[in-house]
Design a protein around this ligand. Structure first.
Ligand SMILES: C[S@@+](CC[C@H](N)C(=O)[O-])C[C@H]1O[C@@H](n2cnc3c(N)ncnc32)[C@H](O)[C@@H]1O
Length: 474
């Protein structure tokens, strides 16, 4: 691999490139290529031999010299020349990932996913008969409901917009609620059916269910996102916004109902509850701390997501003067949404909020020596929707680091879904959203060895959201 500089504004960027040999018409033509897209290469300079290649341009064989040794990349062809644009090369046999090839010097064929097809298809032989029947019934029922709601949508399409909206509202409130009750029943049936399954069986049967219900799941914006995971995991900041909004969202009535069902589960209600409870806990800590004088009250949210709860922390202009907030999240988009929340608060209060954003993984905390120097010292540190993704050893290590960030007398609060969360299997099977659920005991065990002034585990009204509260000695 080599690199060539190209200027973008003031910055000089280096575009990775790769030297290749093109075998064509019995000749060997050396060339240098860059990745034009995931599946195409761009010739840096068009070798003279290609200018008038004729039919040979359709029958090229590409070789390259990678750090790992020579590779035969396979047949390719040149795309027709476009005026003023460099020549592009596409593979005609393999589907090479051209970015991996040029940027990393790695051969990756995008068809490799298909290698697992026989193994995945064979999984169906290991599905229990009663589960097959459950899924077949669900798939049939959903398609019937969908057809009926789609028919209504077609009827409403001919009405004036305000009439259509009124009719859709009536439909959602009547037949829509009946459909949501049907879904509740189905989820209940599923939970009873799979209660005794092993972890491996849950995974296999969940995969089987999602393949069968896929088009219906994708009709829900919520389930679509938890299943497709554009951020790499199910519960990203956009999913959190959907849960907080708890609205009918979607292009069709059926889609809106499927979406609403996902965002009004007991677990989703627990998420909305904790958004309200965190500012209450923060206020309680603030009132209890000895007078800070002119010093501000400082708090930190670990894995802040869209930080919607800040709305209830900063209520008056005075709060903006006396409270400083630090937000940490690994996802730049989550921090963007959190900054937007801060801007809305500033506009409402007519005052500036002191906010520091850290785009970091909590795993960075495990490696950081001068933790307070980097993240500050805080009177209140909390984390919601993060520990549910961490194994017990990682969760313990992160908790210890978060505790280190507390000022004397400060309080750390960590949320985690309870193992008894009734919609747990629903989220896992339909949403492909497995979590690390904990009990009071396993959550409390995370604080072993900390020697706090006080340690307590509580929960929200649903009993689904556990809170571990750790208070540092003053
Ligand atoms: C379920 S959301 C919760 C967001 C927010 N705390 C709330 O309750 O609305 C999880 C957030 O954790 C962030 N996250 C996940 N793993 C992380 C990690 N290792 N370090 C930092 N942030 C992480 C994600 O980017 C996402 O914004």
């Amino acid at each position: 691999m080599a690199a060539s500089p190209s200027t973008v504004g003031e910055r000089v960027e280096v575009e990775p490139r790769l030297r290749v040999t093109l075998e064509m018409g019995g000749e060997e033509v050396p060339a240098t290529v860059a990745a034009a897209s995931r599946l195409s290469l761009r010739l840096q300079v068009e070798p003279e031999r290609l200018l008038d290649a004729g039919e040979d341009a359709e029958r090229i064989f590409v070789r390259a010299e990678l750090a790992s040794g020579p590779v035969r990349l396979g047949p390719a062809r040149l795309l027709p020349r476009l005026p003023g644009s460099p020549r592009h090369l596409v593979f005609t046999g393999n589907l090479h990932d051209c970015r991996a090839l040029v940027h990393e010097g790695r051969v990756a064929d995008l068809r490799s996913w298909f290698e697992s097809v026989p193994m995945v298809l064979a999984q169906k032989e290991r599905i229990r008969p009663e589960f097959r029947a459950h899924v077949a019934d669900a798939a049939y029922d959903l398609s019937v409901w969908r057809r009926l709601f789609d028919d209504e949508d077609r009827l409403l399409a001919g009405e004036p917009p305000e009439v259509a909206q009124a009719a859709r509202d009536a439909l959602l409130a009547t037949e829509g609620r009946r459909f949501l009750s049907y879904l509740d029943g189905k989820v209940q049936e599923l939970a009873e059916l799979v209660r005794a399954y092993t972890r491996e069986e849950h995974e296999r049967h969940g995969f089987y269910l999602r393949r069968h219900l896929w088009p219906h799941l994708l009709a829900s914006e919520f389930m679509k996102r938890t299943n497709l995971k554009p951020s790499g995991y199910a519960g990203d900041a956009e999913v959190m916004l959907m849960i907080y909004a708890n609205a009918y969202v979607g292009a069709s009535t059926f889609g809106q109902l499927m979406h609403k069902h996902g965002v009004e589960t007991t677990a989703a209600q627990a998420v909305r509850n904790r958004r309200r409870l965190i500012p209450e806990m923060l206020r309680e800590v603030r009132e209890r701390l000895p007078a800070l004088g002119r010093r501000p009250f400082r708090f930190l949210s670990l894995a802040c997501g869209p930080a919607c709860e800040l709305e209830d922390v900063f209520r008056a202009p005075d709060d903006a003067e006396r409270i400083e907030v630090s937000l940490l999240d690994q996802d730049p988009h989550a921090l963007e949404l959190a900054r937007a929340a801060v801007r809305r608060i500033e506009a409402r209060l007519g005052a500036q909020v002191a906010v520091r954003c850290h785009q970091d993984s909590v795993r960075t905390m495990l490696r950081t020596r001068d933790l307070r120097g980097r993240f500050g010292e805080h009177h209140f540190v909390y984390s919601m929707g993060l520990f549910d993704y961490l194994t017990q050893p990682v969760a313990r290590a992160v908790l210890a680091k978060a505790y280190e960030l507390l000022a004397p007398g400060g309080v750390l609060v960590v949320g985690n879904f309870h193992a008894r969360t009734p919609t747990r299997l629903h989220m896992e099977y339909w949403g492909d959203w497995p979590l690390v659920y904990r009990t009071e005991e396993t959550l409390r065990a995370l604080a072993a060895g900390l020697e706090p002034a006080a340690l307590a585990v509580g929960s929200d009204e649903t009993g689904c959201q556990l809170f571990l509260r750790v208070e540092k000695p003053a």
